[in-house]
Design a protein around this ligand. Structure first.
Ligand code: GLA
Length: 400
């Protein structure tokens, strides 16, 4: 099994050392924010439903220092396979058209925080230099973009002495993604990256964005949470994600409710003949997934993680058959994991590539890894990256 390298502590030190070397001075501090997996509750967030993510121990680190001008200077060692990315951009003229590729995430965040701070005391707002390091794999469905946004937003709110509530901070990071990056995503990823707690999953009601940490004691139950990165890249600013969102909104409109959150299984059946076959199945995924999230939370509370395997499997089947966002690599990962003894497995995140998760007895992790690798080789897929993750804390200041 691979352990993601380098380690988190090294990455924090690397961000600090990189900042010193690149900008020739001390930063004002170092901040970090995690990637996430979603335990269950997929595509329910923009339907104002329920989600249950877990922040992982892969994080993005950023050393930031204020400047006197209104210019943003960014350096990243993790944004591409080909070494360092260096960006320079005015703070006051960030638009969807002025950003490109990786820079959309940090620049969008600065823009989002400024929007969120409108009307507040802006006297401490100015340009900044930032140096990023990360071990959240890119394009793997583990929210590497939310980790960038949430680490930097947390830093800017501190440095600019802005009095933003948690919900305003969340909105700033989601707006970065929706408006500047141009991906029509919900609040799942940024909520997880900002507000998660170690040893817990985060139960979020996406209608009012209220959040509750739910103990997720996998290790104590003798279980490991394994990520299988299929290495099939996905991107939510492209086609499939937006199509699914549009189908859900259409179903809600036809059924006469504000969002699919408001539809029960009975109401969906009653309205079935008003929906075309595909739209019906899209809606059925959302309606049943919302139920599964609530059942998972109830089971985690009453019996612990060993009891949730069947719900994870049902969720995967629903995404594969009704929502149609899985790909052969994800199905193979889930099937091979289950055949190697996983108690549950499912694709996680937006779909069309990215990662699956599996919950498995810790003494079977090796067996699972071998089985998934063998199945991928057999099918002539790319070699997957497989690693165990731990439920971790959300965004935080790491040092002064
Ligand atoms: C992506 C989006 C989230 C959410 C998931 C699917 O990760 O960014 O808002 O919709 O897909 O659950």
């Amino acid at each position: 099994m691979e352990s993601p390298a380098p380690t988190a502590t090294t990455l924090g030190e690397e961000a600090l050392a990189g900042f010193r070397e690149r900008f020739g001075r001390e930063p004002d501090g170092v901040w970090s924010a995690p990637g996430r997996v979603n335990l269950i509750g997929e595509h329910t967030d923009y339907n104002e439903g329920f989600v249950l993510p877990v922040a992982i121990d892969q994080r993005t680190w950023v050393a930031v220092g204020r400047t006197e001008d209104r210019v943003v200077r960014l350096v990243s060692t993790s944004s591409s396979a080909s070494g360092e990315t260096v960006i320079e951009h005015g703070l006051d003229d960030i638009t969807p058209e002025s950003v490109d590729g990786w820079s959309a995430y940090p620049l969008g965040t600065a823009w989002g925080v400024l929007q969120g701070a409108e009307g507040a005391d802006l006297s401490a707002v100015g340009g900044f230099d930032a140096y990023f390091t990360s071990d959240v794999p890119l394009g793997a469905g583990l929210s590497s973009s939310a980790a960038i946004e949430c680490a930097l937003a947390t830093a800017l709110v501190d440095l600019w002495a802005l009095d933003l509530s948690d919900d305003e901070l969340l909105r700033a990071t989601v707006q970065a993604e929706n408006v500047i990056v141009g991906a029509p995503t919900g609040i799942l990823d940024q909520s997880a990256s900002l507000f998660s707690r170690a040893g817990h999953a985060l139960f979020i009601d996406c209608r009012d964005s209220s959040r509750e940490p739910i103990p997720f004691l996998a290790t104590e139950a003798g279980l490991s949470l394994v990520v299988i990165d299929t290495r099939v890249k996905h991107a939510h600013a492209e086609g499939g994600y937006g199509d699914r969102r549009a189908a859900c909104e259409e179903a809600a409109r036809i059924l006469g409710v504000p969002a699919l959150r408001d539809v029960t299984a009975e109401a969906l059946e009653a309205g079935r003949d008003r929906l075309d076959e595909v739209t019906y199945r899209r809606a059925r995924h959302i309606v049943t997934e919302d139920e599964r999230v609530q059942q998972t939370v109830a089971l985690l509370r009453s019996e612990g993680p060993r009891s949730i395997g069947d719900l994870l499997l049902a969720s995967h089947a629903s995404m594969r058959d009704d929502f149609e966002i899985s790909v052969p690599e994800l199905d193979t990962a889930v099937e091979a994991a289950v055949s190697a003894g996983a108690i549950g497995a499912r694709m996680t995140g937006g779909g069309f590539g990215g990662s699956a998760i599996a919950l498995v007895d810790t003494d079977r992790v090796e067996m699972l890894t071998d089985a998934v690798r063998a199945a991928f080789a057999e099918a002539d897929f790319k070699e997957p990256a497989i690693f165990v993750v731990a439920a971790s804390d959300g965004a935080r200041r790491e040092s002064d």
